[in-house]
Design a protein around this ligand. Structure first.
Ligand SMILES: *[C@@H]1O[C@H](CO)[C@@H](O)[C@H](O)[C@H]1NC(C)=O
Length: 177
């Protein structure tokens, strides 16, 4: 009888060992463009052989530096944690639900704001194991400052060209006179 118990314990432990995983993030800071959508990459892989495992039954917690107790996004059956999403991120975050079975726990963030910049943490927890990864999100504005260039100037003719770069996606207007 004792032997059966030991066998069961052994089987339980070895399957738990196989389920140990590592959380993997991006190699470099992620750059988001002001006003557009960005994917914050994160995934889980088995420590044993780097193969992918399903994250469907895991708890996925996305947080950002400077948010205090509030969360960027939470996935799992914990209602208390779900209620802790920061109002700054309401309606703007989503996981790729159909990708969870492949261990892809990336977060989609829409309508990126300047205040979204900071250090993000992707924390994934199962019944046996937990791991996390940190990385930075940088927010860039496209053509934020108008650039005015005086292409040519002749004191007699007063001819000049101005190039004005506007915020909306690198649109340039050229005036000459
Ligand atoms: C996760 O899925 C999203 C959406 O399909 C994709 O953009 C992203 O590259 C995937 N990430 C990984 C690590 O596979």
């Amino acid at each position: 009888m004792k032997c059966v118990w030991v066998m069961m314990l052994f089987l339980h432990c070895s399957s738990a060992l196989e389920e140990r995983f590592q959380v993997v993030g991006p190699d470099a800071p992620v750059v988001g463009k002001l006003g557009s959508d960005v994917v914050l990459p994160c995934s889980v892989r088995r420590l044993a052989d780097q193969s992918s495992l399903s994250a469907v039954d895991m708890y996925i917690t996305w947080t950002r530096s400077g948010l205090g107790d509030a969360l960027v996004h939470f996935y799992g059956d914990n209602k208390y944690l779900n209620a802790r999403q920061s109002p700054d991120y309401r309606w703007r975050t989503a996981l790729f639900k159909e990708e969870l079975q492949n261990g892809n726990t990336s977060l989609s963030l829409s309508e990126v704001k300047a205040q979204d910049e900071g250090e993000y943490r992707c924390h994934v927890e199962s019944d046996f194991w937990a791991d996390q990864v940190y990385f930075n999100l940088k927010v860039e504005a496209v053509g934020e400052r108008p650039v005015i260039t005086l292409e040519s100037y002749n004191s007699n003719q007063k001819s000049s060209v101005y190039c004005v770069s506007l915020k909306a996606g690198g649109l340039s207007l050229i005036f000459s006179g």
